[in-house]
Design a protein around this ligand. Structure first.
Ligand SMILES: Nc1ncnc2c1ncn2[C@@H]1O[C@H](COP(=O)(O)OP(=O)(O)OP(=O)(O)O)[C@@H](O)[C@H]1O
Ligand SMILES: [Mg+2]
Length: 257
C-alpha cells in the first residue's frame, strides 16, 4: 500500500462517486445508499444528518473501510478502497483514520488508558504512549477515570474514551458515528470544542453523523442524507464558534454522566 500521501490528497481526503450499498438478508434486499457523490476536504467539520435509516452509518462505514460498496468508487486519502484487500483496509484504518463507533467497541479488560495506549502501540508510537494517552483522556475530562475498565464507566464516559482512542494519534481524518449520543450538554460542548481545536491546530478533518441539534450548530458543513441519497450539502455562513477552551478537561465530577 502507498504510505506517502499524494499531492491530490491535500485537496480531497475522501471522494465518493456513485456509491451504492445494498444489504441482502435472505431474499430481502435493502438499498441503504443509492448513488452518493460526496467529497471531504482537509480541515472539514462536517455533520452528516438525516432521518433514521437514511444511510449515515452505512456511509461512514464505507469511508472508514469497514465495509465495501456494492457499486461506485470510494477513495480515501488517495487510495481506491476497491483495490485494497482486507488487510490493507485495516492498515489504512489503523494508520490514517480515527473511527468512533456508535457502540464504542472498547476492549473490556483494558483500562481507559490502556485502551488508548493499545491503539497507539499498534500504530507504532514508541516512547510517550502513556503520557499521550493520559493527555487526551484529560482533555476529555477523564483524567481521574483513566484506570477504570469500560464496564466500570458510564455510557457517556465510555463514549469519550472511544473518542480519545480515535484522536490520540492525530489522524488526518476522524469519522464519528453519533459521538455525542450519550453525552450531556456540557460534555458534548467539550467534545465539540476539542474537535474544533484539533481541526484548527492540526488540520484534521472531522465527519460525524448526528441527530443532535447542539452538534449540528457547531458544524461548518452539513450534508443531509434522505433515503440513501445526498439531499442537500450546505456550507454554513461563517465559522462555528470555537474559542480555545481553557481548562478543558476540568469537568466537575457531578457533571460527568
Ligand atoms: N447489516 C445490515 N443488513 C441489512 N440492512 C442493513 C444493515 N445495515 C443497515 N441496514 C439498513 O440500511 C439502511 C440504512 O441504515 P443506516 O444504519 O446506515 O442508517 P442511519 O442513517 O445510520 O440510521 P440511524 O440514524 O438510525 O443510525 C436501513 O434501512 C437499515 O435497516
Ligand atoms: Mg446510524
Amino acid at each position: 500500500m502507498n504510505t506517502t500521501l499524494p499531492p491530490s490528497v491535500l485537496q480531497t481526503l475522501v471522494k465518493c462517486r456513485g456509491v451504492t450499498k445494498v444489504f441482502k438478508t435472505g431474499k430481502v434486499e435493502v438499498a441503504a445508499l443509492r448513488g452518493v457523490d460526496f467529497d471531504v476536504g482537509p480541515r472539514e467539520f462536517l455533520a452528516l444528518v438525516g432521518p433514521s435509516g437514511s444511510g449515515k452509518t452505512t456511509l461512514l462505514n464505507l469511508i472508514g473501510a469497514l465495509d465495501v460498496a456494492t457499486e461506485g468508487a470510494v477513495e480515501v486519502l488517495g487510495q481506491d478502497l476497491s483495490t485494497l484487500d482486507r488487510a490493507h483496509r485495516a492498515e489504512l484504518r489503523l494508520r490514517r483514520i480515527g473511527f468512533v463507533f456508535q457502540a464504542y467497541n472498547l476492549v473490556p479488560v483494558l483500562t481507559a488508558r490502556e485502551n488508548v495506549e493499545f491503539v497507539l502501540e499498534l500504530q507504532g508510537v514508541g516512547a510517550g504512549r502513556k503520557r499521550r494517552a493520559l493527555e487526551v483522556l484529560d482533555q476529555l475530562g477523564l483524567a481521574e477515570l483513566a484506570d477504570r475498565r469500560p464496564p466500570e464507566l458510564s455510557g457517556g464516559q465510555q463514549q469519550r474514551v472511544a473518542v480519545a482512542r480515535a484522536i490520540a494519534s492525530r489522524p488526518p481524518l476522524v469519522l464519528a458515528d453519533e459521538p455525542t449520543a450519550n453525552l450531556d450538554g456540557e460534555n458534548a460542548e467539550i467534545l465539540m470544542h476539542l474537535m474544533h481545536r484539533l481541526r484548527d491546530e492540526e488540520g484534521m478533518s472531522f465527519v460525524f453523523s448526528t441527530h443532535d441539534a447542539r452538534v449540528v450548530d457547531h458544524a461548518v458543513r452539513v450534508v443531509t442524507l434522505v433515503d440513501g441519497r445526498v439531499a442537500s450539502d450546505e456550507a454554513r455562513a461563517g465559522e462555528a464558534p470555537h474559542e480555545v477552551l481553557k481548562g478543558i478537561g476540568k469537568v466537575r465530577p457531578g457533571m460527568v454522566p
